[in-house]
Design a protein around this ligand. Structure first.
Ligand SMILES: *Cc1c(COP(=O)(O)O)cnc(C)c1O
Length: 374
């Protein structure tokens, strides 16, 4: 069976984690700081704050952006459910807008959904493909809205020649094993805004006025204060040491993923009724996932294709989910109409792409897809 995805972890990461465990400092400490400095430098952002995962990163982004109960935040329904949930955590309402053929927010539909209650736009770079950040930044400036980027899948992707993470004030990343690099679980916020940076650092550690490193380094007794109601959203030093090693490899992992994707693109470009994701000028994707989009001219329906692939020993997954049709949202969304979102979600499929993928595995995926759809 060819898996849909696999994390690329080797003895290098194990060694880094081993060394950290034996160092005696295992939760947030010097390795977290080192990972943050290296991640900020990598993305070109001024600051980075490591967190327990991207969902908690999104939650803190909502708080520092000032999103509160009664506010509305526009986001895609076609995303992992954590996108919408992060808006709910602060008592605000996710307002779902349509996506385009790149699976990213459709700005014309977003404009139609802005109301007096809109506070922010949560822009997702879906499966690593950057959204048009400049267009959304301009819209937010014009409308007095905050922009938050859900870059969970987009570490190593770039937009207009600059890596994701440096374009706006709140960019949230994930290091879940299904993403391009992993720390087991983990997240990061990058920002150029010093006030956001300081507040996120406080909130992730119970809003404690003194952190463990400062206390450890001090030569006198310090009593901490808790400045507001905070959270425990820390990353551990064990995770961070794995992240440091993964980050060193990120560009080469992305390059290898792109080579596989290019072979898929070439092999599948003239299949009837099936299209591959197009990368426009100025957009650089890390191919966190590789998708095929079906029309009714395809030889098989999407679901029949998935069944046949499974029979042939090749894993597939349905396209990106929609939040508005999940049980948790169904009732409040019963009047929500998102035909494009439903179409893209119901007619797309993810096929295996990971690194390192064996030559036989790449060849088998290509042959199997072509045999079924050509
Ligand atoms: C994976 C993912 C998340 C959640 O990330 P975690 O680190 O698992 O919390 C949020 N948004 C999107 C778009 C994702 O793909």
């Amino acid at each position: 069976m060819i898996a849909i995805a696999k994390p690329y972890l080797t003895a290098d990461e194990a060694q880094y984690a081993y060394d950290t465990i034996l160092s005696g400092w295992v939760t947030q400490g010097p390795k977290v700081q080192e990972f943050e400095e290296k991640f900020a430098a990598y993305t070109g952002a001024k600051y980075a704050v490591a967190l327990s995962n991207c969902t908690t990163a999104l939650h803190l982004a909502m708080i520092v952006a000032g999103v509160k109960a009664g506010d509305e935040v526009i986001c895609p329904s076609m995303s992992y459910v954590a996108t919408a949930n992060s808006i709910k955590y602060v008592g605000a309402t996710p307002v779902f807008a349509e996506v385009d053929e790149h699976f990213n927010l459709d700005i014309e539909d977003v404009k139609k959904k802005i109301t007096l209650n809109t506070k922010a736009i949560l822009l997702v770079h879906q499966i690593g493909m950057p959204a048009d950040i400049d267009a959304f930044k301009l819209l937010c400036e014009q409308q007095g809205l905050k922009l938050i980027e859900d870059a969970a899948c987009a570490a190593g992707s770039a937009y207009k020649g600059k890596r994701i993470g440096s374009h706006s004030e709140l960019v949230c990343f994930s290091f879940h094993p299904r993403k391009v690099i992993t720390t087991g679980d983990g997240g990061m916020i990058t920002t150029n805004n010093e006030d956001y940076y300081k507040r996120i650092k406080l909130l992730r550690q119970h809003a404690m006025s003194v952190n463990d490193r400062e206390r450890h380094a001090a030569n006198k007794i310090i009593f901490e204060d808790h400045l507001e109601i905070g959270y425990n959203y820390r990353m551990t030093d064990i995770q961070a040491s794995v992240g440091i090693k993964q980050l060193e490899k990120l560009d080469s992992i992305v390059a290898e993923r792109r080579k596989i994707a290019e072979r898929y693109n070439a092999a599948f470009s003239d299949l009837k009724g099936v299209s591959v994701q197009k990368e426009e000028e100025g957009y650089f994707t890390n191919y966190q996932s590789y998708t095929l989009l079906f029309t009714n001219e395809a030889k098989l329906t999407r679901n029949a294709f998935m069944e046949k692939m499974l029979e042939q020993g090749v894993a597939t997954r349905r396209g990106i989910m929609t939040a508005h049709r999940e049980s948790a949202y169904k009732e409040e969304c019963k009047h929500v109409s998102l035909p494009a979102t439903n179409y893209y979600s119901d007619n797309s499929v993810v096929i295996p792409l990971f690194y390192p993928m064996k030559e036989e595995e790449i060849a088998k995926v290509i042959e199997t897809v072509k045999a079924l759809l050509a």
